[in-house]
Design a binder for this molecule. Structure first.
Ligand code: FES
Length: 83
């Protein structure tokens, strides 16, 4: 089982963390570890080809703060998906 701590020294996860901050995708932060883990999984499995696939990929992760757009934008920025 990999946890967010398991990605502490991971360059892809570092890029995701930075993008979440840059795009304002971290508000209360409650969902952020799960979102980073899911985004990392999606990117490692080539499932971030466009914003639709990112939205489908994170649909099981709930965020009560951001409205998801900022999270999708952050993941798209790192994965190279057109936003
Ligand atoms: Fe608050 Fe997602 S940032 S639940």
């Amino acid at each position: 089982v990999t946890t967010i701590e398991g990605l502490a020294n991971d360059s892809k996860a570092d890029a995701l963390r930075a993008a979440f901050v840059e795009h304002g995708a971290v508000q209360c932060g409650f969902c952020t570890p799960g979102m980073i883990m899911q985004a990392d999984h999606l990117m490692r499995n080539g499932c971030c080809g466009d914003t639709g696939s990112i939205k489908r990929g994170i649909e099981g992760n709930l965020c009560r703060c951001t409205g998801y757009k900022k999270i999708v934008d952050a993941i798209a920025a790192v994965s190279g998906a057109p936003s």
